[in-house]
Design a protein around this ligand. Structure first.
Ligand SMILES: [Mg+2]
Length: 196
């Protein structure tokens, strides 16, 4: 499964969910598959998709569908504290999808630690409910299963190396991306301005 294929599956499954996407290739490939008001692209904020999603999950109206973070292995390894923090705070409505290709895909495919450091086991040890997937169908099935979980949920998806060709850089001002996302949260899920 290529990253863009996984993102296509996730975009279809998350149209009513707040989605926080990690920077660089993941954000721009997601935007190329489907650009939507419920997407918050973090652009240069590497390592923070899980942190933003955890804070948001603790803030939103309880009727809001699960907050979904889409993270990469290099980015999660930059800020692995996401796992103990999410496990400790344990928001019931947090789902982190890790797309693991074993490399820093946006910067020349240098290897990450993930072939030797089992990020699913780290999440499990920190109290997350975990599932794994290697195919598009497996990703859909694991996502559906994790939607039923009360507590932080972690979907470990193995993807192939390589970026989708001819995807434009995402050069939108982060302030306008944040404004669009918070307007969507307020209008669709009645999240108070202070919480958004
Ligand atoms: Mg990677």
């Amino acid at each position: 499964m290529k990253r863009i294929e996984a993102l296509g599956v996730l975009a279809d499954l998350t149209s009513s969910h707040p989605v926080i996407a990690t920077c660089a290739a993941t954000s721009r490939e997601l935007a190329s598959v489907k650009d939507s008001d419920n997407h918050l692209y973090l652009l240069d904020a590497m390592g923070l998709a899980g942190s933003v999603a955890t804070g948001l999950a603790l803030s939103v109206n309880p009727s809001t569908p699960k907050v979904v973070a889409i993270e990469g292995d290099g980015s999660l390894l930059m800020n692995p504290n996401v796992l103990p923090t999410g496990g400790y705070l344990a928001p019931p409505n947090l789902l982190l999808v890790l797309l693991d290709n074993g490399v820093y895909g946006s910067t020349g495919a240098l290897p990450t630690y993930s072939p030797k450091v089992d990020l699913r086991r780290l999440a499990d040890a920190a109290g997350w409910t975990t599932r794994a997937a290697r195919t598009a169908d497996g990703l859909s099935a694991a996502f559906a299963e994790l939607l039923t979980v009360e507590g932080p949920a972690f979907l470990y998806a193995t993807i192939e190396e390589g970026n989708a060709p001819d995807v434009e850089k995402l050069l939108v001002d982060p302030v306008s991306l944040t404004g669009r996302f918070t307007r969507w949260l307020r209008e669709v899920h009645a999240v108070a301005e202070a919480a958004a």
